[in-house]
Design a protein around this ligand. Structure first.
Ligand code: NAI
Length: 257
């Protein structure tokens, strides 16, 4: 087997990243583009998705496109992969990044919110993975990366839907990897710790957030979206060709403490 660049290259690959209009998804889109991939940016807001795709092209990406889709809409989820294939061509990489959370304890979690969180974080990756798998299996190659969380490995208070959804996503990752590895499809998950994005804007910069960083993150800093983007680009590349079904924690050592 010939040596493979440890940083990998994605030239000639086409990638779809959900929730790529900001935060971790945007950083993943940027990292994949910087590695040579043609990235399709998707998010709820078409103008934002277009702006991100334009920014990727302006920074030298080999190509970028965009498509708006609300992943809470069952029909939009069902149409997303066929639309992407029809408009932009076959995919090589799917990154299930879009996610939502809410602060609720089990005892009072509203059912509607529980279902929404389970849908966006778990059901949608299942449906998009199931939709893209036949073409990956047919060509004997393809990569799926699911963005889970350290809360998919260890629960926390008041995240009574998000914790089970992310635990489920890690289980789904392992099941997909098991069923499809023999067909050349690699499926892995990334479990970020606290990352500085809109999702966590109520945490970082607050006294409680600063205390968490100081006492719970051995690396002594909050994570940045680019910390996740770099790993996604590696996992998408042939440098990771023997990695199947793993969940890689990126949390500055937080789970160690
Ligand atoms: P964010 O809130 O900044 O971005 C989430 C993205 O998902 C946005 O682009 C949003 O538009 C998209 N999205 C949400 N609901 C959608 C829907 N119904 N249809 C289409 N797009 C939708 O969040 P962040 O922090 O960038 O999170 C990205 C992923 O990383 C999520 O899955 C999150 O659970 C996960 N994560 C984040 C952590 C953090 O500390 N920020 C830690 C661990 C995991």
């Amino acid at each position: 087997m010939a040596a493979v660049s440890p940083t990998g290259t994605l030239s000639g690959r086409r990638a779809l990243v959900t929730g790529a209009t900001r935060g971790i998804g945007r950083a993943i889109a940027e990292a994949l583009a910087a590695s040579g991939a043609h990235v399709i940016v998707t998010g709820r807001d078409e103008a934002r998705a277009r702006d991100v795709a334009n920014a990727l092209e302006a920074s030298g990406a080999s190509g970028a496109d965009y498509l708006a889709a609300d992943l809470e809409d069952d029909d939009a989820v069902g149409e997303l992969i066929p639309r992407v294939q029809a408009d932009f061509g076959p995919l090589d990489i799917l990154v299930n990044n879009a996610g939502i959370d809410a602060d609720n304890p089990l005892i009072s979690h509203p059912l509607e919110d529980w279902r929404r969180i389970m849908k966006v974080n778990l059901e949608v990756p299942f449906r998009l993975g199931q939709a893209v798998a036949p073409q990956f299996i047919e060509k004997g190659a393809g990569v799926i990366i699911n963005i889970a969380s350290i809360l998919g490995l260890s629960p926390t208070m008041d995240a009574a839907a998000y914790v089970p959804a992310k635990h489920g996503l890690i289980g789904l990752t392992r099941q997909m990897a098991l069923e499809w590895a023999g067909s050349g499809v690699r499926v892995n998950a990334i479990a970020p710790g606290l990352i500085q994005t809109d999702m966590t804007s109520g945490v970082w910069g607050t006294p409680a957030g600063d205390a968490y960083v100081q006492h719970k993150i051995p690396a002594g800093r909050i994570g940045q979206p680019q910390d996740i983007g770099a790993l996604a680009a590696f996992l998408a590349s042939d440098a990771a060709s023997f990695i199947h079904g793993e969940t890689i924690v990126v949390d500055g050592g937080g789970l160690l403490s």
